[in-house]
Design a binder for this molecule. Structure first.
Ligand code: BGC
Length: 450
């Protein structure tokens, strides 16, 4: 008899792993590709930890066949990857680069051969540099540039790729790219960020519209969410927490699902928040087939006059574990987040499109093994939290580990390892970590081994 576990997942639950183009592919200018804003940012002195770049990264552009075989060995049912816009359209628009397109066609076919469902993200942060030269996300035309690029991809791959995402984490694009300046294109302007956020969502809406015209399966949006908790019941801490929640959790989903901005936006941005044309909101609010939630942590907030745009400072918890990126390990927050999305926006198929952690791993495999007990514990606890959310009524259909491979953690370079597979960045050899084996068993047993 099979052992029954309280953690068995619904039949057909989609187990996978995720990556993104610039973080793993390498060969950014190969086969006629144009440069992206990440190519430029990574080659700008002082922007990247240790001067790391995505020039080689995991060399996935050349090793994709082996990586797909590895996914097959792990028994993954789905693979979420992103498409590099400037491989497809070197100038961001106009001329299509067949060789760039062929790379993703080969990848998708290889996945399908192994019965791994391809899940494609159209935009994971690597805007073509040629479009940035015309203002990038600040230019209102970006919505139609994006829809045109998306249409090229749908025409080429929608017959084989059943699940698409328009954008990955628009909050990070606007906040880290245009407020903090820690990610490409590295701007720091309170006045640009609201425009960028708005144009990202107009592009999302136009991308969904284009999908309905060209294809018939499922399209969604991927956002990163984290519960915002208050450090005290003081009025100013409560307000800071509410603003933090509006800024990160509601800004994008309220637009996509309710067609309006959270009421707090003007208070948060002051005179930097412009009035947007009313018709934009109808474009942005397109019916979605699913929503992807990337979850890593929560934050506990105190009011702070020194922070912007939200006057909130996250405070450390004395009794908590933190990952190597300084994020509190807080599995319950994943249950809370999935339940919150369901309650606020109504029932919709949800996918945990990213979840994982960077921890100090042994730097090199020892006897062919990489033992990563903290990551194993992180995955177990968070996957249980997903199960709890399903039990509480959230329609969660799948879960993707972030990440398949150790990779370029953006401006933090190769120092922070999120993979369930270890990558030796000199030899580029891959070694499945213990977390990878544990995850494979969870996938195989549909959660029963939790
Ligand atoms: C992003 C990934 C990133 C991960 C860990 C998410 O914000 O989508 O690209 O590597 O978090 O920081």
């Amino acid at each position: 008899m099979m052992t029954t576990s309280t953690y068995r997942f619904p039949e057909g639950f989609l187990w996978g792993a995720a990556t993104s183009a610039y973080q793993i592919e390498g060969s950014p200018l190969a086969d006629g590709a144009g440069p992206s804003i990440w190519q430029r940012f990574a080659h700008t002195p002082g922007m990247m930890h240790d001067g790391d770049t995505g020039d080689v990264a995991c060399d996935h552009y050349k090793r994709w066949r082996d990586d797909v075989a590895l996914m097959g060995e792990l028994g993954l049912r789905a693979y979420r990857f992103s498409i590099s816009w400037s491989r497809i359209l070197p100038d961001g628009r106009g001329r299509v680069n067949r060789k760039g397109l062929a790379f993703y066609e080969r990848l998708v076919d290889a996945l399908l051969e192994r019965q791994i469902m391809p899940v494609a993200t159209l935009y994971h942060w690597d805007l073509p540099a040629a479009l940035d030269d015309m203002g990038g996300w600040l230019n209102r035309d970006v919505a139609s540039w994006f829809a045109d690029y998306a249409t090229v991809m749908y025409r080429a791959l929608a017959d084989r790729v059943p699940m698409w995402a328009t954008l990955n984490e628009p909050w990070v694009v606007a906040h880290a790219g245009y407020v903090e300046g820690t990610l490409a294109p590295g701007h720091r302007s309170l006045y640009e960020a609201p425009i960028v956020a708005h144009n990202l969502m107009r592009a999302h809406g136009a991308g969904v519209q284009a999908y309905r015209a060209a294809a018939k399966q499922r399209i969604g949006l991927v956002v990163n969410l984290e519960p915002k908790h208050t450090a005290t019941q003081e009025e100013e801490d409560l307000l800071a927490t509410k603003h933090a929640d509006a800024y990160m959790n509601r800004q994008y989903l309220d637009l996509a699902m309710l067609g309006r901005d959270p009421e707090e936006m003007r208070a948060i941005f002051g005179d930097a928040w412009p009035d947007f044309p009313a018709e934009d909101y109808a474009l942005i609010k397109q019916p979605l087939d699913w929503v992807g939630v990337n979850y890593y942590t929560r934050s506990v907030n105190k009011w702070s006059a020194k922070r912007w745009p939200v006057r909130a400072r996250p405070v450390r918890q004395w009794n908590a574990t933190y990952t190597e990126t300084g994020w509190e390990v807080y599995p319950r927050g994943l249950t809370e987040t999935l339940a919150w999305v369901t309650k606020r926006y109504g029932p919709i198929p949800l996918y945990v499109t990213e979840n994982g952690a960077a921890f100090f791993d042994p730097p090199t495999p020892i006897d062919g093994e990489v033992d990563d007990p903290n990551r194993v514990a992180y995955y177990r606890a968070h996957i249980r939290a997903v199960h709890d959310a399903i039990a509480a009524g959230a329609d969660v259909r799948g879960y993707f580990a972030w990440s398949l491979l150790d990779n370029l953690e953006w401006s933090l370079g190769f120092a922070k390892r999120f993979g369930i597979v270890h990558v030796d960045f000199s030899s580029l050899r891959r070694t499945v970590k213990r977390s990878g084996r544990v995850y494979a068993e969870i996938v195989r047993t549909n959660g029963a081994s939790l």
